[in-house]
Design a protein around this ligand. Structure first.
Ligand code: PMP
Length: 396
């Protein structure tokens, strides 16, 4: 039987570079001790106080169908959080609660793209981006950013690729590069969106993980609140990856249509999860800081280790739970390096290439293991790279 092009072509360019990840998982299953620095998941679990709120809600009966747009409490809480942080007037009518940020990214593209429209995204990119855009029926078009620009996008390059585009997807703080887009970058992007009449889909799931600089939501920029859809999530800010709770914030008209879409797709998010999310958000900054702290600490430790050598380059790690390391001095591709590192030292990292061609010659290191093992692994990566670089020089 024939299947749709939409489903069979979802990840037509995907798969590359994930071999290392699956090989590491296989080695673990076979009993090897592998240091995994691959995926973006905290080494702590959801805070017990959040679990208590979840348990209480479920026991009080919030286990039936919840309101499809989200509970009033959570929509109000998310609206207040965004308004407090951005100054943009926001009410529950600007908020749809989704089963995680990923469902929000998909819904946002369905809301603005017709079949055949071009959805723009930036390379390097979070793994699901092209498939999410294609899943919405649109054509996914990547625009390169460069290590030399510290992976800050340039509006003129986006503009040059924008013919036929209806949307631009950005992510700051960025996975996989750790870049936090500065005001100048965002002003350029905002101007381009206004000139080209583009929707801006702003993935802000790492907004509580900023180590250097400041998170600016593009929804705050002049003329942008009416054309920006912000995607947020409890996954990273509150270590609630498995709870699947996120949101889309945007103009009321878009949210009204997205509620209709949710009625015909997800039918909402469990009420006890939403109550736990409301509790967690209302616990305020202190809890978010506590959850971000291990990454802040490890990032500082990593900067120290990397500053003490000169083979491996660190892309400015301004935010999110990853380091993007430049290993081009070894003469290997990111994939070759990652495979060799796994074989030689049983350390698993993601090849830059698995996030797009712009990250070739890089590896992404997730800061998601305890400080001691993290520092040891990073030191090993540096020595391994230095040895490879020496061999490379000797061979030329
Ligand atoms: N956007 C980015 C950039 C991510 O890294 C992730 C998860 N790794 C998501 C969105 C989706 O997160 P979730 O669906 O868990 O909210």
């Amino acid at each position: 039987m024939k299947l749709s092009q939409r489903i069979t072509h979802l990840t037509k360019d995907g798969g590359d570079g994930w071999d290392v990840f699956y090989r590491a998982r296989r080695m673990i299953l076979d009993g090897y001790a592998v240091t995994e620095l691959t995926i973006g998941e905290h080494d702590i679990r959801t805070d017990p106080t959040i679990l208590e709120a979840m348990d209480l809600s479920a026991r009080q009966g919030h286990t039936g169908y919840a309101m499809v747009p989200g509970t009033d409490l959570l929509r109000d809480t998310v609206a207040a959080r965004l308004q407090a942080r951005t100054g943009v007037p926001t009410t529950r009518n600007n908020v749809l609660i989704t089963p995680g940020g990923q469902a929000g990214l998909f819904a946002a593209h369905v809301a603005v793209c017709d079949p055949g429209d071009v959805g723009l995204y930036l390379d390097p990119f979070y793994a699901t981006y092209p498939g999410t855009i294609r899943g919405a029926g649109a054509v996914a078009r990547a625009i390169q950013t460069t290590a030399e620009d510290a992976f800050q996008p340039r509006a003129n390059l986006i503009d040059a690729a924008a013919d036929g585009a209806v949307s631009l997807l950005i992510n700051t703080p960025n996975n996989p590069t750790g870049a936090v887009y500065g005001r100048e970058t965002l002003d350029g992007i905002a101007k381009l969106c206004r000139n080209r009449d583009l929707w801006l889909i702003s993935d802000e799931v790492y907004d509580t993980q900023v180590w250097d600089g400041q998170h600016i939501s593009p929804r705050t920029l002049p003329g942008m609140s009416e054309r920006t859809l912000v995607v947020g999530s409890m996954s990273k800010s509150h270590a609630m990856t498995g709870s699947r709770c996120g949101w889309v914030v945007g103009p009321e008209e878009v949210i009204a249509h997205l509620i209709n879409l949710a009625t015909h797709t997800t039918y909402g998010v469990p009420g006890f999860i939403q109550d736990a999310a409301s509790f967690a958000l209302n616990a305020g900054h202190a809890l978010e800081e506590q959850i971000a702290l291990p990454f802040r600490k490890r990032r500082a430790l990593a900067v120290e280790i990397l500053n003490a050598q000169n083979t491996v380059g660190l892309v400015p790690a301004q935010g999110a739970m990853y380091l993007m390391l430049d290993i081009r001095a070894t003469g290997l591709s990111g994939e070759e390096f990652a495979n060799a590192l796994l074989d030689t030292h049983s350390i698993a990292v993601m090849p830059g290439e698995s996030f797009g061609s712009a990250a070739a010659g890089h590896i992404r290191v997730a800061m998601t293991i305890d400080d001691e093992r993290f520092c040891a692994a990073l030191s090993t990566i540096c020595t391994f790279a230095a040895d490879l670089a020496k061999k490379q020089v000797a061979a030329t």
